[in-house]
Structure formats: C-alpha cells, structure tokens
Design a protein around this ligand. Structure first.
Ligand code: ZN
Length: 270
C-alpha cells in the first residue's frame, strides 16, 4: 500500500509510483504476464488523462505510455475504476446485467450488460457520478450543479450533516449518529440515499439491469445505508415497472481492484 501526498505534483507522483512498482517487481518470482490497472482519472481513447479533479497535474499525461514503461514485457490492461468495479461485482453476484455505484470520496460507477462494461473503455467510461439528480443542487467539481457525486459522496454527506448539526462531523460521528437516529445524521444520509436512488433508478430505466449494487467504502461503513437506498429506490417504481433489487457490494471497498485482476487475466476485455 502506498499513499500519495495530497499536495504532490506529477513528477513526485510518478517517482512514488515508479519506486513502488520497482519494489513489487523485485519481489515477484518471475516476470508478470499480465497487469491490470483500475484508473480513477478520466482517459481518452488513446489513454491520455483528460480530467482528474483531485490530481489536476496529471491532465495531459499519456498514461498508457507510462504504464508500458513501468511494466516492460507485460501485457498491461487499464480501464476506468468504476467500470472495473461493476464488472467484478457482476462476476461475483452472477448477474450479467447490472448497474453499480461506488460511494466514497467521489462517486464512481459502471454498467454491465451481457457481462461487458458499457459504453466500453474505447468510447469513454461510464460516468454515473455525474448524472444530474438536482438541477438546482450542490456545485460539482466538474462545474455543473446537482450531479449525484455533488449530492451524495462521502464529503457531501458529511458537509450536509455538519450544516444540520451546526458543527463539524467526522465519519465516525456520522456513523454513530445515524445508528442512534440523530436527526442531523438521518437527514444527511437520507438525502444522499435519495440522490443515489434517483441516479440508479434513472440508469435502470435505460438499461433494465437485473440488479443494482451499491459499494464503496463510505456506503459500506454506515450500517443501513444500502437498505435506505433500496427503500428510496422502491418508492420510485412506476406502475408495472418495479425497480431492480438494490444489493450491497459483495467485494466491499475492493471491487475495482478485483476488476483490475480480471482485466489482467484478460477478462472481461473492457
Ligand atoms: Zn459533476
């Protein structure tokens, strides 16, 4: 496990990455046949970074070239972390048609149809976090208002809880407050779950999955969070159109890493 300094720029990040990879390669018993990389940044079809709000110095970097340099002689597959998480969760749950959302510092997600991510890496990643659920909502880091990421990410939920409580709220306090039924915590979590339910049900209207899965560390850390998303989603069903079941992620916070492993093994050919 390696953590990047939050304020570091691209040269330092790449040095950190290279040192870590060299250490891993030195420990490997033989050359790596395949490498899978779950990428949080938005890439173009050629593998160049086009957006990464939390690490803006990476924009313009040819990541595919960096990865080829880091792993000479290995087959390197990369894909959006939300897409890979969705594929891994579909694999784990035995659903070939699935919508996945991961709730953490941001919101990522993916859609799997027939076992494959759509629209597919070469056409751009699935950006479920930027589905607009409130046109007058919070400002998103993409510049728009009311994206589900701006309404329901971990930091957004903590900010809303803090505003309702009139004091800063840590994740632990939110978890305990929600478990105890504190108004400020319940209000904040219910708002986020409603925003997520709107996004999931909206996506479901387009692709009719057999299940929707809610993962990510923030959702997994608050008991009852996924059940609340399911309750809110059920309330959005139309007559004759029940919403797909909303399930907790089977792979916890590691969904995208499991997806990267699948990619390294040549599955699912994203
Ligand atoms: Zn956005």
């Amino acid at each position: 496990m390696v953590r990047w300094r939050s304020s570091a720029g691209l040269p330092e990040d790449l040095d950190t990455l290279r040192a870590h990879v060299e250490e891993l390669l030195a420990r490997a018993a033989r050359p790596l046949a395949g490498v899978g990389v779950a990428v949080p940044a938005t890439l173009d079809a050629a593998g160049r970074v086009t957006a990464w709000p939390t690490r803006p110095s990476w924009v313009g970097l040819d990541l595919s070239e960096v990865l080829r340099d880091l792993f000479p002689g290995s087959e390197v597959s990369w894909a959006d972390d939300g897409d890979l998480a969705a594929v891994a969760e579909a694999h784990a749950a035995g659903h070939s048609d699935l919508v996945y959302v991961g709730v953490g510092t941001g919101i990522g997600g993916g859609i799997v149809l027939g076992g494959r991510p759509v629209p597919g890496t070469r056409r751009g990643s699935c950006e479920l976090g930027h589905l607009i659920v409130d046109r007058d909502g919070e400002l998103c880091d993409c510049g728009r208002r009311g994206c589900v990421q701006a309404e329901a990410s971990g930091p957004a939920t903590l900010r809303r809880a803090a505003a309702a409580r009139g004091a800063e709220v840590t994740f632990e306090e939110l978890r305990a407050g929600y478990a105890d039924g504190a108004d400020w915590a319940v209000t904040a979590v219910e708002h986020s779950c409603a925003a997520l339910a709107a996004a999931l049900v909206g996506a479901g209207e387009l692709v009719h999955p057999s299940a929707t899965v809610v993962g990510g560390g923030f959702a997994a850390g608050i008991e009852g969070f996924v059940a609340e998303v399911a309750r809110q989603a059920a309330m959005l069903a139309r007559p004759g159109h029940p919403v797909a079941p909303v399930l907790p992620a089977r792979l916890g916070g590691g969904s995208s890493l499991h997806g990267a492993l699948l990619a390294a093994r040549g599955l699912p050919n994203p």
